[in-house]
Design a protein around this ligand. Sequence first.
Ligand code: F6R
Length: 242
Amino acid sequence: MEFIIAESTEDMSRRAADRIASFVEADPSCVLGLATGTTPIGLYACLVDDCAQGKISFADVTTFNLDEYRGLDPEHDQSYRYFMKKHLFDHVDIDQARTHVPEGSNPDAEAVCAAYEQAIEEAGGIDLQLLGLGPNGHIGFNEPEDTFPKATHCVDLTESTIQANSRLFDRVEDVPRQAYTMGIGTIMAARSVLVVVEGSHKAEIVKKAFFGPVTPEVPASILQFHPDATVIVDPAAGALCK
Ligand code: F6R
């Protein structure tokens, strides 16, 4: 695992965007795993700029997002499909038919999850998976548990995640209680993994996840065993790891 403390939050975003851009440059038809959340917004803005300047093209890229709320339509402004369109897909030359987000509007969890795993397999697997880190160590919506969930599945969100996400909804009651998420096995099967983390509120969990014991109680800790994982944090998130 490579652990990098960037010079600033902007530097974290630029470095992460450069990693993604060099993947796409090396293999224009690569398969990217993408994340939502506050942290990747800056790096998506960098990729949008790179694309506008003709430095990078997503024309042949395929993408799979980590997760989606169960029960939200893709048009809902808090759905992860909406987020991806707003921050990336609508501003680059990607073929939207090649972008995949679990089908949140379909309540048939078994069908949605099996179809997602199958689609990833048919695409040849994920070349580079981008991840953020939840305040409780979650990746995707894989929350602290007794075991590492393997494949894409439906999860009950923890109270802390519901509270953390409620800032984006009008009322906490509006936050969906379930989500579809890639499993830890799905994430670990990606050929490369790139994690971005920002903010002093993540400093403690960064230390635990990447320098503490590997345990399903801190789901991201499994990434210490990934053969090609890079973690880029801003100075505040890396403050306890110097
Ligand atoms: C998003 C996701 C989540 C976030 C994590 C960090 O698709 O799967 O695991 O990456 O909750 O979110 P932010 O960046 O908002 O702190």
